[in-house]
Design a binder for this molecule. Structure first.
Ligand code: PNW
Length: 470
């Protein structure tokens, strides 16, 4: 009688799509199969294995390169209607910019299998696995990235655009720019805080705009699809003694960095971000945040048909007490992030269950950008991999309830939800020590069986009945 909460029935219309997500490096294996060249993750796990928590790698892993049909069955078992997966750039284009037919064949087979089972392919073009040869040219710190991405995007639209109707250019630039080019906590391990992350973000935006324009100019009329970008965000609440303006500034620095150029009517980086970074660049004639000229600004305004949002958790914004280096994104924001002790923690050190943050974030997006179409493309819960994953079910239900409130109380245009993840997989620097899947994978068996967890029956019931009780 103490913790009893009033229960509600939440109904989801047929138009709201449920699915699951994955990413190429995390599930495929086949790291050097059939003409695939190395990417920055292959390089990291082979040259610096000690940086991965369990010294593991994804050379084979769940081996979706060979067992993709099992993934499609897993989706079907859960009654899911959308599969968000990513394409491995280094499988499609090799270092001499020659197209690798075996890579094209692999994704053709996967897409055809999905369509046969009536599951929509939702394709991420880039989920962190940059071909090593492009990194060797400077990667996201060099404008050459834009030309290479455009070439790659053209191959994807031409090869798969007859069947793929929703494209996502980049997954979570906030993470891969800061971790990859500023704090050196993920590949390519470049430590250039206060510069590298902004340069990376700038070229990422240019590459996004180039792909969007290419789709508009050469493919949209015939293929009639949509193209968006996938952004990660927390929702930021002010800690006691911190003003709402400071929490708002933080939101602009994290999500606004990429949404303001694309989804606002005025374009460019958020003004507060431009101003704050310039203020903190006193010894430099130029700001560390690259200047967006009018051409770039105009190429980005409106350059997305939807926002793909990855939401996992929230933070409280507190005065800065830790040192974040002389310069960095964090010291530019000028705050620390802390958590509320009441928040329930998952296995991942950063993941706390704060469903209200998703509702508040969706309201923020609606108000800030005139109610864009949003797909929740990642949300999920990590544990030790137990099949009775009640905590995961509880986390997912709470977030679906938050989405439901955002849709029905606030008229936010949320149209889909793809849970992270369809199967347990390689969790980046954490290796296989944290599990996010709704299916387990028998990694030691030759057939890599996918084993349904309890959360699969939750999704099966939800998609059958289009409602849940929570
Ligand atoms: C996402 N954080 O990354 C990625 O898109 C997935 O590839 C990944 O497996 C999944 O979430 C789970 O981690 C995140 O620190 C990385 O708040 C870090 C954070 C959030 C998401």
């Amino acid at each position: 009688f103490t913790n009893e909460r009033e229960q509600h029935i939440y109904e989801f219309s047929k138009d709201f799509k449920f699915g699951a997500a994955s990413a190429s490096y995390q599930i495929e294996g086949g790291w050097n199969a059939d003409g695939k060249t190395p990417n920055i993750w292959d390089t990291l796990v082979h040259t610096r294995p000690e940086l991965i928590k369990d010294q593991s790698n994804a050379d084979v892993g769940a081996d979706s390169y060979h067992f993709y049909k099992e993934d499609v069955k897993a989706l079907k078992n859960a009654g899911l209607e959308v599969y968000r997966f990513s394409i491995s750039w280094a499988r499609i284009v090799n270092e001499t910019n020659v197209i690798n037919q075996a890579g094209i064949d692999y994704y053709n087979n996967l897409i055809d299998e999905l369509i046969k089972e009536d599951i929509e392919p939702l394709v991420t073009m880039y989920h962190w696995d940059l071909p090593q040869y492009i990194e060797d040219l400077g990667g996201f710190q060099d404008p050459i990235l834009v030309e290479h991405f455009k070439f790659y995007a053209n191959v994807l639209f031409k090869s798969f655009g007859d069947r793929v109707k929703r494209w996502i250019t980049f997954n979570e630039p906030w993470i891969f720019c800061i971790d990859g080019y500023s704090s050196a906590t993920k590949p390519p391990l470049i430590e250039s805080p206060g510069f590298g992350e902004y340069l990376c973000g700038h070229h990422m935006l240019q590459a996004h705009a180039a792909a969007y324009k290419l789709y508009n100019d050469d493919y949209r009329e015939q293929q009639t699809g949509e193209i968006g970008i996938c952004l990660f965000s927390n929702f930021f609440y002010p800690d006691s003694g911190v003003s709402p303006e400071v929490a708002e500034k933080t939101q602009q620095f994290q999500l606004g960095w990429f949404t303001h150029p694309i989804f606002s009517s005025e374009g460019n980086y958020p003004k507060i971000m431009i101003d704050e970074i310039k203020d903190k660049t006193v010894d430099q004639p130029l700001s560390r945040l690259p200047i967006m000229d009018d051409e770039m600004k105009n190429s980005l305004i409106g350059a997305a048909d939807f926002l793909a949002l990855n939401y996992y958790t929230s933070r409280l914004v507190a005065p800065m007490t830790e040192v974040h280096g002389e310069r960095s994104w964090q010291s530019d924001v000028g705050v620390d992030f802390i958590i509320d002790e009441k928040w329930e923690k998952a296995k991942s050190w950063w993941l706390y269950n704060v469903p209200q943050g998703l509702h508040d974030l969706l309201k923020w997006i609606k108000a800030e950008y005139n109610n864009p179409t949003v797909l929740i493309t990642e949300n999920g819960y990590s544990d030790d991999g137990q099949l009775d994953d009640d905590d995961r079910i509880n986390y997912i239900k709470a977030h679906l309830a938050a989405i439901h409130r955002a849709i029905h109380q606030d008229r936010c245009k949320v149209v889909a939800y793809t849970v992270w993840s369809i199967i347990d997989n390689f969790e980046w620097m954490e290796g296989f020590t944290e599990k996010f899947g709704i299916h387990a994978v028998n990694l030691t068996s030759p057939n890599k069986e996918r084993i349904a967890k309890k959360s699969v029956s939750f999704f099966k019931d939800l998609t059958d009945q289009r409602q849940m009780i929570f």
